[in-house]
Design a protein around this ligand. Sequence first.
Ligand code: GLU
Length: 467
Amino acid sequence: MPQVSRTRFAPSPTGRLHLGNVRTALFNFLLARASGGDFLLRIEDTDAERSDPAAERLILEDLRWLGLEWDEGPVAGGRSGPYRQSERAAVYGEYAQRLIESGQAYPCWRTDAELKAFRRARMAAGRPPVYDRQWAQLPEEEIRRRAAAGQAPVLRFRTPETGRLEFDDSIRGPQVFGLAEIGDFVIRRSDGTPSFFFSNALDDALMEMTDVLRGEDHLSNTPRQILLLKALDLPVPRYGHLPLLMGEQGAPLSKRRGSAGMAEFRDAGLLPEAVTNYATRLGHALESVEQMDFGGLAAHFCLGKIGKAPARYDPIQLEHWQSLAVQAASDARIAEWAGEAAFDQVPAELRQRFLDWVRPNVHRPADVAGWAAILFGSGPEFTPEIEAELAATGPAFFRAALEGLAAGEHSLAAISGAVKASVGAKGRALFRPLRLALTGAEAGPELAPMLELLPEETVRVRLARWA
Ligand code: GLU
């Protein structure tokens, strides 16, 4: 019986999600789904200055749009709530108190300026700037003086001075950290808010996470978090650190840079299943090249298939998945996606055939309206290059095409057969000028069904222009 994974996504509400965050959420979601476990959403908003309720709303909206519904979390509720860290101050207070009482945490009155000077001096002496615990026992009188002056202490965790901390990363394998390099770290800031290490680790334990998948940038936090959980005698989840996702330019994606953000993806008309199918394959080897729903993706998801090298965002790959998603979507969905106005110029009786014809060649909602306009609206537009090319093709070609149209039934076979017989054109030299004259475009949906959609008079006028 495989273990049931209970996982979470824990964004800080400081901006819109980008593809890297989405991949993290998705992998946690799939890991839970694969074993029938629950997926939680936790909002890490302890930094009041940077956290923004509007960003939280948009994160929820983006996750819902992607279909990454959470079993527990904001709005959904659940047995481990509240799921917003700003509402969990009492929990952090209680566990911080436990650490103080057991002597594993202590208030530290050093000011930022003093700390900076201390670090500078250590570095100058060629020693690592690890906290020296010198102020763990400040004289009572000095504490009173500082408190009276309005200073508040931070709370530091007492890290063992020697030894090693080892853990088995579920993606990267065995990891070893020397405790001497970690030093006593802050678990509560002077404003009373918990540090990331503390609230994040504590919540994972209290919310009973079995697995934590997160970005590689958190790897160096993990030893501190494991130390804290052990000190509190709380269960330690299995941590796995995902290799970074690089942008097109080779720099890591970031919320602030706004690259590959869900806002842009949605505005551009990407379909959520294109994004999720692409993201599941980012740094995760999946043999299947088919589009799958979450059930299929979860069945194929495996931690052992996640690579250790950075993955790179490739918009061309994403376009490929978008194309598959457009193929697979229902007619009603594509109609909604394209917008009703896209069909305004399409004769009602041709609507279904038009949709079937155009679908393999559209990537964006506007493409549908674009093809409707070419066929039934304003018609083709020609660049000077294409005009020159059509002129160079010569009137004989188009006169033969018109004769074929007049003689035969209104079909590509009749037109192309006449041109072939008359001017000897074949292959590309036969079909490219026809496509250009009829659509103004070098590529697009298939020609033969297009001729069935276009009224004969329209075809005649478009060919006659070059004859
Ligand atoms: N709030 C953290 C972040 O957005 C969560 C990291 C984690 O998943 O543990 O990076």
